[in-house]
Design a protein around this ligand. Structure first.
Ligand SMILES: Cc1ncc(COP(=O)(O)O)c(C=O)c1O
Length: 389
């Protein structure tokens, strides 16, 4: 089947956080969900299940693990066992859970800003200390820097919270970069929690490597967090998967979450996840081609200096653009400027840590006409701003 990603699907009035936060004339390109319908097999499977009409407690079907394992084997040549998989209600709960289970109050959690804000929020949520080893910006590309890692580490560091592919930079870390991270975790005896939720959004010339697949000794200290939610645009459902190869680590996570996280997945969560994993491939292939064209349009638009003073790196993965607005002549927050003057809602760079000040994050997972509309509004706002002074 051919999917039409150009189609505008009105989302106001659908309890969408993305579309309900701002006034009606604002074009929202902030939170990371897609303005596209999910794969048709997902919609049909859900409709069949809804038609049944009884929505009692769910139980995980054994098929789910088989399907996830097969996908990991096919896509990444990564072999995991059934018992390695732990179901969770989301990736962010997974991040907090790993930090909670594998550290004590006051211990350190290593993160690489600019970073998806929930990584920074773990500190406050559970009473730990976030230690920052910023990615280093070289010619518009953020890179892992071993010196920054060494500088940030303390005697209290216990957990490395990795995000790969990286939100917001769009980096897909190379094998060499992942080996640097892995080496630090081994040498300092850290638990490595790797959020790989964006692993299916990878553009040509780049390869996603699950860090746990580097070597058995890395797998033994890693919790990898995955989810069909981002890939198939089913973030409104709550089913994520942690891959935990080490039984002791698994036991720690289970103990820390007992009675707190749901053990019974929702029946609709299961149906959506299974249909997506099993039958979402055709949709995903077409989606990636569409997103790549949107990425090229965005990078081209910025590259041609049509948003004067704004620069960006070329996203290697994800559907997120990270726009450096520091030289655009904007007073105060660029996010607030574009919201006020262009009626475009973007992600506030400062929420991604101090390294994000002066940046905005733009979600290009939308129909191309909406992306063009947003860029044009932003261009005109900058033009007016320059004229005023
Ligand atoms: C890197 C990253 N991790 C996690 C999430 C959210 O995961 P969940 O909704 O499963 O908690 C997002 C959503 O934008 C994300 O970008």
């Amino acid at each position: 089947m051919n999917y039409d990603f150009d189609l505008i699907l009105p989302r106001r009035g659908t309890d969408s956080v993305k579309w309900n936060r701002h006034e009606a004339d604002v074009l929202p390109l902030w939170v990371a969900d897609l303005d596209f319908a999910s794969p048709q097999p997902v919609i049909e499977a859900l409709a069949r299940r809804v038609e049944h009409g009884v929505f009692g407690y769910g139980i995980e079907p054994p098929l789910l693990r088989e399907v996830v394992r097969e996908l990991l084997r096919q896509r990444y040549d990564w072999q995991v066992a059934n018992e390695d998989l732990v179901l969770l209600p989301g990736v962010v709960p997974g991040l907090n859970l790993v930090a909670l289970a594998c550290s004590e109050p006051g211990d350190g959690l290593l993160v690489q800003p600019p970073i998806y804000p929930p990584f920074l929020a773990v500190e406050k949520n559970i009473g730990r200390t976030v230690e920052t080893a910023p990615l280093v910006l070289r010619s518009g590309r953020y890179e892992v820097d071993p010196n920054e890692l060494e500088r940030a580490l303390t005697a209290r560091t216990r957990v490395f919270l990795l995000c790969n592919p990286h939100n917001p930079s769009g980096r897909v870390f190379t094998r060499a970069e992942l080996e640097q991270v892995a080496e630090v975790c081994l040498r300092h005896n850290l638990v490595l929690c790797s959020d790989e939720i964006h692993q299916d959004f990878i553009y040509e010339g780049h390869t996603h490597i699950p860090i746990a697949s580097l070597a058995p000794e890395i797998a033994a200290r890693t919790v990898t967090l995955l989810s069909p939610s981002k890939t198939y645009n089913i973030a409104g459902f709550h089913l994520a998967v942690a891959v935990v190869n080490n039984p002791e680590l698994r036991a720690k996570l289970n103990a820390a979450s007992a009675g707190i996280l749901p053990r019974k997945p929702g029946v609709l969560d299961i149906v959506a996840a299974l249909a997506a994993y099993q039958h979402g491939g055709e949709w995903l292939g077409q989606l990636l081609a569409y997103l790549k064209a949107n990425r090229d349009l965005l990078v081209g638009y910025v590259g041609e200096d049509r948003l004067p003073g704004v620069t960006m790196g070329r996203p290697e993965g994800t559907y997120l653009g990270w726009l450096d607005c520091r030289a655009a002549g904007i007073q105060g927050s660029a996010m607030e400027f574009f919201l006020r003057e262009a009626r475009v809602a973007l992600g506030e760079g400062a929420d991604f840590g101090a390294a994000g000040e002066g940046f905005v994050r733009l979600n290009f997972g939308c129909p191309r006409s909406a992306l063009l509309d947003a860029l044009e509004r932003m261009r005109q706002a900058l033009e007016r701003n320059a004229r005023l002074g």
